[in-house]
Design a protein around this ligand. Structure first.
Ligand code: ADE
Length: 255
């Protein structure tokens, strides 16, 4: 049980690309679409651990602006008068930590925007709006999903995935595909596990609007000179499995 009272009856799930949420729509019932310009939000019902909940999902497109825009839309969506009470951003990421391999899963304890630099007015990486470099996920909610996920992976419950880690993920409007850039990021940001292009923008919006959030990523590439090829090949396989991970995530969250 979660100590803080949370409803968790309407959950928002975003990804940058449709492959990253996979067959989620085939698993929702009574799906309704709401369109805002070129973004579509899909809301529907699903049964998780015998409990009926609502999910609203969308793919934002790549990058921080697209992620922030989609998050704002998601946060104001309602289904049967129920507001969204938790949001997840999920998808793939490039590995910065040398021990990470394709299919390993990383859950963000915190996120940072590696392209934020308002010096000399603020220290490097400080987001002026919140006067902080990092945005931290709620510990209780993180542990709620981390331990059961870890156990299921150890018991080989969903085989294709690798090991699970938690830690720092960095976001920026940049696809990282150079060893020299990996070195620079690991030097500048202590304990950095992985990079992607949306999580910290999504987290900033959720944080500023007082909503619990998590970012969960699966390693697609090593952010090095092979990253483009690895990324494309990985995505083709990942789209067949991404919903398996989301389902186990939801089962753990709602347990
Ligand atoms: N998402 C997946 N791989 C990435 C990379 N190498 N750089 C940025 N975002 C990514």
């Amino acid at each position: 049980m979660l100590k803080k009272k949370r409803n968790l009856s309407h959950i928002g799930i975003l990804s940058a690309m449709p492959e990253e949420v996979g067959v989620i729509l085939d698993n929702l019932k009574f799906v309704k679409k709401s369109s805002f310009g070129d973004i579509d939000l899909f809301s529907g019902e699903i049964v998780i651990n015998t409990k009926k909940i609502y999910i609203t999902t969308a793919w934002s497109g790549w990058g921080k602006v697209s992620a922030a825009r989609a998050t704002t839309r998601l946060l104001s969506s309602k289904i049967k008068d129920l507001p969204v009470d938790f949001v997840l951003f999920t998808g793939v990421a490039g590995a910065i930590d040398k021990d990470l391999r394709q299919w390993d899963i990383v859950i963000a304890e915190s996120v940072i925007q590696h392209d934020m630099d308002a010096r000399p007015l603020f220290e490097k990486f400080v987001i002026p709006a919140i006067k902080s470099q990092k945005i931290f996920a709620d510990k209780e909610i993180l542990e709620k999903v981390y331990s059961p996920l870890k156990e299921k992976l150890l018991n080989n419950k969903f085989k294709i995935f690798g090991k699970l880690s938690k830690g720092l993920i960095a976001t920026g409007d940049m696809f990282i595909s150079e060893k020299i850039k990996i070195k620079q990021l690991s030097r500048d940001i202590d304990g950095l596990l992985a990079v992607e292009m949306e999580g910290a923008a999504f987290a900033q919006v959720a944080h500023q609007e007082n909503l619990d959030w998590l970012v969960m990523r699966v390693i697609s590439d090593g952010a090095d000179e092979n990253a483009h090829d690895d990324f494309n090949a990985f995505l083709n396989k990942y789209k067949l499995h991404s919903f398996e991970l989301i389902k186990v995530f939801l089962e753990s969250l709602l347990d």
